[in-house]
Design a protein around this ligand. Structure first.
Ligand code: COA
Length: 425
């Protein structure tokens, strides 16, 4: 079956997590993603957090499905020639090097445009233009600089980073959208363009509601925050809100049966206004329905701590799944706190291909996250990540048209393999 991005060629100069997340999505949508890696070493994550000695790590395999790998020494003259040919042939160049690295290689935006005016050059950087533009940035730095850490955690604790990789994978998602949008615009202009997704900006985009709250502070305390019910004054900035719901419908994480021994025996519970009466009945407090101080959402706000404490008395008598089974038919929004172990075994996620088993020649079968976006006319088949340089010759011959003799010369010149290491062996 034809895929959405069939025919699109991506020169994938990405490494670690942010860029690879982006190009993996494009590969799942059908683009031919050609990952350029340093001969003999490759993406540093291949050998990070190794769990199977000698095999590519899960860090690498889980971010590089459906791609082809070519090794090119881009600091070698012949290697640069190969890269120039790739730039002329491909539609998109994606990179997330430290600022300036591509320029130092000799591939400025001006040079890339000279080689291929239709080229879309897409970059992840830690920060956008300004005083921090030269900084190297990893996930947690972006979470801190993008406003996530200052608004995550409990009021009486330090700022916290989240388990969701919003700086890396989140920015990769933003970049992927920028790329397909630029491809769409190229259909009318015929021109490529530069696409930049700074990690700080991407995190901030995901923290939009916290900037909303920053401005609401001018109008008085944030009444849906539990700190309001606790009588604690608000300061100048959006505070950390623990597990309070970020929206206008108050919610908390509550203990369920077994919480004493199971760290994930909890449920999220939202006291949505529309189902307030059903909540009162379910927890055995029908009298609350006529209680004056609980009669409207606004009146309930100062009493949320007492309300949730009583709801928790009820959830503690049920497992998190029983809470779900009882509340769902009543339209009461709840959600079990699922561990990664439970998610890995979830039949529903497996049935939709969001959790997949992948075979790998070096490591055997491993579990991965498949494509989370489902398209009816562009189904995704998750294929294992490439071994380092697995497709070098194939790409040189089939994509770039080098002859067998020329490929031998490129190897001898150290353009695609570490020459000294090969001679010593
Ligand atoms: N052949 C030869 N050299 C190569 C090469 C190849 N195929 N591929 C990369 N290199 C070289 C580059 O030319 C550069 O060398 P230079 O610094 O001498 O010019 C170097 O390898 C690239 O390294 P850099 O990007 O600086 O890697 P790093 O490991 O030092 O830093 C990051 C890693 C992630 C901190 C940095 O790349 C970065 O800040 N990226 C942007 C933000 C980002 O994406 N962060 C999140 C990562 S998940």
């Amino acid at each position: 079956m034809v895929k959405a991005l069939d025919g699109v060629k991506i020169l994938d100069f990405t490494h670690v997590q942010s860029g690879p997340t982006c190009t993996q999505l494009l590969a799942w949508f059908g683009a031919d993603v050609i990952k350029v890696e340093r001969p003999g070493a490759g993406d540093a994550t291949r050998k990070q957090l190794v769990d199977v000695p000698g095999a590519d790590s899960l860090y690498f395999t889980m971010l590089n499905h459906n791609k082809r790998s070519i090794t090119i020494d881009t600091k070698n003259a012949k290697g640069k020639e190969i890269l120039e040919r790739l730039i002329k042939t491909c539609d998109v160049l994606v990179e997330n090097f430290a600022p300036g690295a591509l320029d130092r290689m000799g591939f400025t935006w001006e040079r890339i445009q000279e080689l291929n005016p239709r080229m879309i050059m897409a970059s992840v950087k830690g920060f956008g233009p300004g005083k921090y533009e030269d900084c190297k940035v990893y996930e947690n730095v972006a979470q801190c600089a993008g406003g996530s850490a200052s608004t995550t955690g409990f009021l009486d604790g330090p700022p916290l980073v989240t388990g969701a990789q919003i700086g890396d994978s989140g920015t990769g998602l933003h970049l992927a959208l920028g790329i397909v949008t630029a491809l769409f615009q190229r259909e009318t202009t015929g021109r490529g363009q530069k696409v930049l997704a700074p990690m700080q900006d991407g995190v901030l985009n995901l923290c939009r509601v916290k900037l909303r709250d920053q401005q609401r502070l001018k109008a008085g305390p944030l009444r849906e925050y539990s700190q309001f019910g606790d009588g604690i004054a608000f300061g100048e900035a959006t505070p950390r809100a623990g597990n309070d719901s970020g929206g206008g419908q108050p919610g908390r994480i509550l203990k369920c049966k077994g919480w004493q021994t199971d760290p994930n025996a909890y449920t999220y519970f939202i006291t949505q206004a529309a189902v307030w009466e059903k909540i009162c009945d379910v927890i055995g407090e029908p009298g609350w329905k006529t209680r004056e101080e609980y009669s409207t959402p606004a009146k309930r706000l100062p009493h949320l701590n007492a309300i949730f404490a009583r709801i928790e008395d009820w959830t503690m008598t049920k497992t998190k799944y029983e809470v779900m089974d009882i509340c769902n038919p009543l339209d009461i929004p709840v959600g079990p706190i699922l561990s990664m172990k439970e998610i890995m075994e979830d039949e529903g996620l497996r049935a939709t291909g969001t959790i997949v088993d992948v075979d790998h020649p070096e490591r055997g079968t491993y579990v991965s996250v498949g494509c989370p976006i489902k398209m009816s006319d562009s189904p995704v088949e998750v294929k294992r990540s490439p071994l380092l340089g697995e497709h070098t010759e194939e790409i040189l011959a089939q994509v770039l048209g080098y002859s067998g003799e020329e490929i031998k010369e490129l190897k001898a010149a150290g353009a695609t393999e570490p020459v000294k290491k090969a001679a010593a062996e």
